[in-house]
Design a protein around this ligand. Sequence first.
Ligand SMILES: C[S@@+](CC[C@H](N)C(=O)[O-])C[C@H]1O[C@@H](n2cnc3c(N)ncnc32)[C@H](O)[C@@H]1O
Length: 257
Amino acid sequence: MYVLESRRHLTIPTHLPHALLERPGHPPVLQIYSAKVFPLRKLQNIYPGRIRRITLRSSSPFQLRIGRRLLITSDHRIVSSRNRSIPRLKIRAGPAFGSGEHATTHLCLRYLTQSLLQYTKSSPTVLDLGCGSGILALACAKLGVQALGWDLDPTAIQEAQRNAKVNRLTSRILFQTKDALRAPLPKADLIVANLYDSLLLHLLPRLEKHRKTGTTIILSGILKGQEIAVIRTARKLGWKLQRRGRLARWHCLQFQP
Ligand SMILES: C[S@@+](CC[C@H](N)C(=O)[O-])C[C@H]1O[C@@H](n2cnc3c(N)ncnc32)[C@H](O)[C@@H]1O
């Protein structure tokens, strides 16, 4: 994953995740994330002198336990004997966002796994908008659920399909290159969207028919301070805030009709 940093305003291509990081006493820093360096270099050419740096962030092997239900790891060899009995999902730190290490992903995994527990009689369907590596949809499939993942980046979809094969989950999951803000959204019991706040604000009005049919939505990728606008917009559209959580400076919101 490449990260571009700038202290100045830039016009960001819509498909690139980004965040404005603010620390008291420091000027805000804009970070733009990309699996490939090329789109960031392009921005560097458009805005000469405005980019502080572009860095490659490689991650060391890691494991993340989501309660007793799921273990996500980049390398099976580091799983301790204590955790070997927990269902495991292998996700490599590849070219798509979603290794599990980021707070936004972590919060979604927690909320998704807890929400799935409420479906005792029937098996729910899950729609993952902005699936990146496929980690969220794959976690649901690992827990026995049918899942569909969309991303507008074809590289992310290739990576998600690769992860589905590695984890032998292809029968329960489908990944498609689609724009969540344009393509007609299929029915689902649960929708998770780890995008950023401006995309979520555009997405919410598109979920009207899902609200009417009782879908639960989990929205993530929301920086501290941005959650207010998301909650306000969702409430105006008739959603009820069911749960909210924070990890580092990131918020995750769960709504029900
Ligand atoms: C922050 S990453 C989330 C990845 C993964 N779901 C996770 O939770 O770790 C956001 C993803 O959304 C994708 N994306 C951005 N805009 C989108 C859109 N309009 N439709 C579908 N995917 C989009 C990006 O390509 C990126 O892979």
